[in-house]
Design a protein around this ligand. Structure first.
Ligand code: SF4
Length: 696
C-alpha cells in the first residue's frame, strides 16, 4: 500500500456492495483508485470487509462498456457473446443514435413494456426509473431485485407493524442482552455487521444462531440451532408455544401495543415442541431453552436474511419473527428490534423510492386514488396506473405469454439471477426490443438490442440508504471511462425522447422532487447529506435521525401491531427417490451476486476463482468423490457440473451452491415457485440429485 502522500486526491463515499453501507475513502492516483480505507461512518466506524477494502478495481477492468452499442442485423440473441469482444454481435453507436433506438423501441408500447431498475444505483436513479415506467407507459410493471431478496419480509412487516424498514439499527445490538440471527450468514454476507455481533457475544450477550448450515457465527453462539431446511415455521411456532404455555410473554406490552393476541395464543396450542421437534430437527429441550432465554431477556433483537425470506412460506417465516418480538415486548426500546439484513447497497433506498410494482414512493399504494393524484400533481402528469404491476418472475412469464414485448433493464441481470434461469433467458430472447443499461456486457446484455454504457458507483454522485435507514452521499472519485454516463442522465434522455418533458440537470434536483412525495425524507436535505449521514425518520434539521422507531405506537390502525398466525406450509417440491437431497443457494464472502463486479476484481477473483459447491465430507465419501473433484447437480430444471468442496457446516442431505458463477449457474437448478404474498421465489429449497461427474 503506497503512502497517502502519493495520491492525487481522497474522496469520501460509500461501499458499492452490501446493505451495511460502510463509509470509505477512495485514494486516487492518476484517475485510478489506488486503494481504499474505511471511514468513520455510522454503520462501520472505519471497518471494511474484504469486498469493500479490496474489491474496487472492477471499475478499471478492460471489459467496461465505454460506448453505446446496437445489435448488428441478424446477430443471434443469447449467451454466446464474449464480454471482452462484443464486435461479433454489436456495433458502436453515437449516444444520439443509441438513445433514439432505445426510446423508439419502447415508445407507445403501453402495457407491452416493463422495466427492471437497480438496487445498485442511487435513490435518485431508482426514483427516476420507476417514474419513467409509470409516467411513460401508464402502468406499474416495474420491479427490481428486492423481489428476489426481502419482498416477503417487507410484506409481513407492512402487514403487521405498518412499515417495511428495520425498527432498529444493527448497531443497537450493543444494548441488547439476547440476539437471534436466523436464515442469515453475516460473516459472509454482512461482514462488518458480523463484527458487531461477535463483539456482542464477547461481552457476554447470548447469541442464538438458527440456520440449516452451521456458519461463522456458530463459534460465538450461545445456542446453535441447525434446523432442517423448511422447518422454520415449526421451530418458531414451537418456541412461541413455550412462551405462551409457560406464561413468559409481556402482558402489558401485548395489551397496550398489539391486536389479535387471543387468536395467536389459540393457534400456538397446536405446536408443542415435542410435536415440532421432528419437523424442524431441533430437540424439544433446546426449543424450550431458547424460548426461556428469549422471553427472559431485558432487551432482544432479531436479525434475519434470505434463509427466512426465500421460501414459498417466506412471509409466514417473517410473521413468526414479528410475533416472537411482539409477544416479549422486544420492539421500540434500546437493544430491541426487528432487523431484516438488507442485501444490496441500496435495496432499502430503491424500495423506498418506489421501484416496486405495488407502491409509489414511501410504500404508498398504487391502488389508492389519493396517492396517485398526489404523485400526478408532483409529476405534472396524469395516468398513473391504478392496478398493481407485475413482479420480476411474473414479468418473465408475461413475456412467454406475449403480453410483454419490450423491456428496459437498468443494472439487473435476470439472465443469471432469476429462478429456473433458462426460462428467463428464453423470455429475454423472445422480446421484440430490449434496452440494457449497465457497466459490463452482462449475461442479460447479451440479449439486448441496445446497450447503454453506465458509470459505476465510484464514478457518480447520488444518495443511498443502507439497512439501518441511514441515507448517505456517494461521491465520484474517478471519471467514467470513455463515453459511459451516469444512470440518472441516461434515464432522463430516454424520458425526453418518450415525450415526458424531463429537464433534470443534477441528482440534487431529483432529490428535491422526491422530498415532495416522501415524508420519510422530511428534514433530510441534499445539503445536509453532503456533510453527514442522516437516519430516517429525522425530527428536525439537527436530529441525526431515529435509530429506534415505534416506541409509542406503530403506523397501523390505533397504533397497534398485529399478530398474524402462520401454519406449516411445506416446500414446493420435497426430496424423493429421484432427487433425494436439498439444494440451498446463496452468496459467499468474496463474490457479489451474479459476479459481474467481483469476478472482475483481481483480489477477490484470486481468492475465490472457481465455481464450487459445499457438501459434507460423509456425503462426498458416500458419492465416492474427493474434495476438489467434480460433481453433477441435477434438478427438475437443469444440470450443473461443479467442483465439490468438503464442508462440515452443510448437513449430510444438503448441498450449498453459490450463484455468482456463470459456468455453473445455480439458477439453472432453482425452483420458480413463489411465496403468494411477497412473490419471492423459493431459492432456498430445491430437490436435487448429486452424483460424481465425468467432467474434470
Ligand atoms: Fe462493503 Fe458490506 Fe463489506 Fe461494508 S460489510 S465493506 S458495505 S461489502
Amino acid at each position: 500500500i503506497p503512502d497517502s502522500a502519493d495520491v492525487d486526491r481522497e474522496v469520501d463515499s460509500v461501499c458499492p456492495y452490501c446493505g451495511v453501507g460502510c463509509q470509505l475513502t477512495f485514494k486516487v492516483k492518476d484517475d485510478k483508485i489506488a486503494w481504499v480505507e474505511g471511514a468513520e461512518g455510522p454503520a462501520n466506524e472505519n471497518r471494511l470487509c474484504v469486498k469493500g477494502r479490496f474489491g474496487f478495481d472492477y471499475i478499471h477492468h478492460p471489459h467496461r462498456l465505454t460506448v453505446p452499442l446496437i445489435r448488428k442485423g441478424g446477430a443471434p440473441k443469447g449467451m454466446n457473446v464474449d464480454p471482452g469482444d462484443w464486435s461479433t454481435h454489436f456495433r458502436e453507436a453515437s449516444w444520439d443514435e443509441a438513445l433514439d433506438a432505445a426510446a423508439n423501441g419502447l415508445k407507445g408500447r403501453g402495457r407491452e413494456a416493463a422495466g427492471f431498475g437497480s438496487a445498485k444505483c442511487s435513490n435518485e436513479e431508482a426514483y427516476l426509473f420507476q417514474k419513467l415506467i409509470r409516467q411513460g407507459f401508464g402502468h406499474n410493471n416495474v420491479d427490481h431485485c428486492t423481489r428476489l431478496c426481502h419482498a416477503s419480509s417487507v410484506a409481513a412487516l407492512l402487514e403487521n407493524i405498518g412499515s417495511g424498514a428495520v425498527t432498529a439499527t444493527f448497531n443497537e445490538i450493543e444494548n441488547a442482552d439476547v440476539a437471534m440471527v436466523i436464515g442469515a450468514n453475516p460473516t459472509e454476507n454482512h461482514p462488518v455487521a458480523a463484527t458487531y455481533f461477535k463483539q456482542f457475544a464477547k461481552r457476554g450477550g447470548q447469541l442464538i444462531v438458527m440456520d440449516p448450515r452451521a456458519q461463522g457465527l456458530k463459534r460465538h453462539a450461545s445456542h446453535m440451532l441447525q434446523f432442517k431446511p423448511g422447518g422454520d415455521v415449526a421451530m418458531l411456532n414451537a418456541i412461541m408455544h413455550v412462551i405462551v404455555d409457560e406464561e413468559l410473554y409481556d402482558r402489558q406490552y401485548i395489551a397496550a401495543m398489539t391486536e389479535n393476541w387471543d387468536a395467536m395464543k389459540a393457534h400456538l396450542e397446536d405446536f408443542p415442541p415435542e410435536k415440532m421437534a421432528e419437523h424442524c430437527g431441533i430437540p424439544a429441550e433446546m426449543l424450550r431453552d431458547v424460548a426461556r432465554v428469549w422471553a427472559g431477556a431485558k432487551a432482544g433483537m432479531i436479525f434475519w436474511g434470505m434463509g427466512v425470506s426465500q421460501h414459498v412460506h417466506g412471509t409466514d417465516n417473517s410473521r413468526c419473527l414479528i410475533s416472537l418480538a411482539l409477544m416479549c415486548g422486544h420492539v421500540g426500546r434500546p437493544g430491541t428490534g426487528l432487523h431484516p439484513l438488507r442485501g444490496q447497497n441500496n435495496v432499502q433506498g430503491a424500495s423506498d423510492a418506489g421501484l416496486i410494482p405495488m407502491f409509489l414512493p414511501d410504500y404508498r399504494s398504487v391502488t389508492d386514488d389519493g396517492v396517485r393524484s398526489a404523485f400526478e400533481e408532483i409529476w405534472g402528469t396524469g395516468g398513473i396506473g391504478a392496478e398493481k404491476g407485475l413482479t420480476v418472475v411474473e414479468i418473465m412469464d408475461a413475456i412467454h405469454a406475449s403480453d410483454i414485448r419490450a423491456m428496459y433493464i437498468l443494472g439487473e441481470n435476470p439472465a443469471m439471477s432469476d429462478p429456473d434461469v433458462d426460462h428467463a433467458r428464453d423470455a429475454l430472447g423472445k422480446l421484440d426490443h430490449l434496452v440494457v443499461q449497465d457497466i459490463f456486457l452482462t449475461e442479460t446484455a447479451m440479449f439486448a438490442d441496445v446497450i447503454l454504457p453506465a458509470a459505476a458507483w465510484p464514478e457518480k454522485t447520488g444518495t443511498v440508504t443502507n439497512t439501518n435507514r441511514q441515507v448517505q452521499m456517494g461521491r465520484p472519485a474517478v471519471p467514467a471511462p470513455g463515453e459511459a454516463r451516469e444512470d440518472w442522465w441516461i434515464t432522463t434522455q430516454i424520458a425526453r425522447r418518450l415525450g415526458l418533458g424531463w429537464s433534470y440537470e443534477h441528482p440534487r434536483e431529483v432529490f428535491t422532487e422526491m422530498k415532495k412525495g416522501m415524508a420519510s425524507l422530511d428534514n433530510i436535505t441534499w445539503e445536509r447529506l453532503e456533510g453527514e449521514a442522516v437516519t430516517y425518520p429525522s425530527s428536525g434539521p439537527e436530529d441525526p435521525g431515529a435509530a429506534i422507531v415505534f416506541s409509542d405506537a406503530f403506523p397501523r390502525p390505533e397504533g397497534r401491531a398485529r399478530f398474524t398466525p402462520a401454519s406449516i406450509l411445506p416446500p414446493d417440491e420435497v426430496p424423493d427417490a429421484e432427487y433425494p437431497m436439498v439444494l440451498i443457494t446463496g452468496r459467499q464472502l468474496e463474490h457479489w451476486h451474479t459476479g459481474a463486479m467481483t469476478r472482475r476484481s483481481s483480489a477477490l477473483d484470486a481468492l475465490e476463482p472457481e465455481a464450487n459447491c459445499a457438501l459434507h465430507p460423509r456425503t462426498l465419501h458416500r458419492l465416492g468423490v474427493a474434495a476438489g473433484e467434480m460433481v453433477r447437480l441435477s434438478t427438475r430444471r437443469g444440470t450443473v457440473d461443479v467442483m465439490a468442496r468438503a464442508d462440515r457446516a452443510v448437513a449430510e442431505d444438503t448441498v450449498f451452491l453459490p450463484f455468482a458463477y456463470v459456468e455453473a449457474a445455480a439458477n439453472l437448478l432453482t425452483n420458480p415457485a413463489l411465496d403468494p404474498y411477497g412473490k419471492i421465489p423459493e431459492f432456498k429449497f430445491s430437490a436435487v440429485r448429486v452424483e460424481a461427474s465425468r467432467k474434470v
